[in-house]
Design a binder for this molecule. Structure first.
Ligand code: MG
Length: 343
């Protein structure tokens, strides 16, 4: 099955396409192109002929995340670093992970020291793995859609990343509050036929309960003193009046992160995307500009802990520029343009 799928990545089912490429391949050979160049050119031509988005470009990343011991080791290592940082933070009342919380004077330092300690964890690819969904996209060559994503979320079947649950249990034993801050949608389309097949639908339903159920099933929740509803903060959450709180509809997590800063000393932030830690300045063309990583140098690996995610994330949006839909060919070409080759 795997072999079959892997083959279809390079060889479309329409063999006429391949036959049509044969003269080009022969010309490339005659021109002395090496095997790598030949394969790459053929792939580009095949994707060009297909002329549509293909999730197959994520095959390598998905396989690495779902099968490699290296990914597992990185996750275990990140959570071990987190545990040591947490110990250090609890010993240091001036320690905070939020730049906005850094005290400017001794009065502010006293206020900060009095706040209970809390940590902010992203959900997907930080505490829970969405790899079965990512694998489904790749295997069935499907584009990401909110409807299929919400169907996955509604199963509450995601499993924890290695080391995540043990770390959260450790933090809870230390009396540290844990907040799960995710760009999963609070409301969204969820539509299924009676046979379980997903169909496009516009019905907007409340989705937060599925994430809470998933976290409860695994033991990430409940926690004492904070309700499950308050422990999980999603995109587009409505307040008591039924209105989305200012800034909470955005995938930029700043407003939601800062909402915790008046009640807690945020000692640690963990995520798999820069957006989990800091906002990206907007570029005039509508895309995101780069973040000045050096400005936050002292935080990485201490109060800000990043996990890897080569499948998706805001890094891709920055690479492609403004977030318009691109074909696989365009994406491959943009990625190739950005590579700095040695010759
Ligand atoms: Mg994430």
């Amino acid at each position: 099955m795997y072999q079959q799928r892997a083959n279809t990545l390079l060889v479309p089912e329409n063999t006429t396409t391949i036959r049509a490429l044969e003269p080009l391949v022969m010309m490339a050979r005659a021109a002395g192109m090496n095997r790598f160049g030949l394969v790459l050119t053929t792939m580009l031509l095949c994707f060009g002929c297909a002329g549509k988005y293909s999730a197959r470009i994520n095959l390598n990343s998905a396989a690495w995340m779902q099968t490699s011991e290296e990914y597992r080791a990185l996750s275990l290592g990140a959570y071990d670093v987190a545990r040591r940082s947490l110990d250090e933070a609890l010993e240091d009342p001036g320690w905070t992970a939020l730049p906005s919380q850094v005290p400017a004077n001794s009065a502010e330092a006293s206020v900060l020291a009095e706040l209970p300690a809390a940590i902010i964890l992203d959900v997907d690819e930080t505490v829970l793995g969405s790899l079965p969904y990512q694998a489904w996209l790749v295997k069935h060559d499907q584009p990401f859609t909110p409807v299929s994503w919400n169907a996955w979320v509604s199963e509450s079947s995601a499993e924890p990343l290695p080391g995540a649950l043990e770390f959260v249990q450790y933090a809870r034993r230390k009396g540290v509050a844990v907040f799960y801050l995710s760009n999963r949608a609070y409301h969204g389309a969820l539509d299924r036929n009676a046979d379980g097949q997903i169909t496009p639908g516009e019905e907007q339903v409340e989705l937060k309960s599925y994430t809470i159920a998933n976290l409860l099933r695994l033991g990430f929740l409940p926690q004492s003193n904070i309700s499950n509803e308050d422990s999980v903060i999603l995109r587009g959450e409505t307040g008591k009046e039924g209105q989305v709180r200012p800034g909470w509809a955005s995938s930029d997590k700043t407003a939601r992160r800062e909402s915790l800063s008046s009640g807690y000393r945020i000692v640690l932030v963990m995520g798999d995307d820069l957006n989990d830690f800091t906002a990206h300045p907007r570029h005039p063309d509508g895309g995101d500009s780069a973040v000045d990583l050096d400005r936050h140098k002292a935080r990485w690996g201490r109060s800000w802990i990043m996990l890897p995610n080569p499948i998706y994330g805001s890094w891709e949006r920055r690479l492609y520029g403004a977030g318009h839909e691109l074909s696989t060919e365009e994406k491959i070409n943009m990625k190739l343009d950005r590579l700095e080759a040695w010759q």
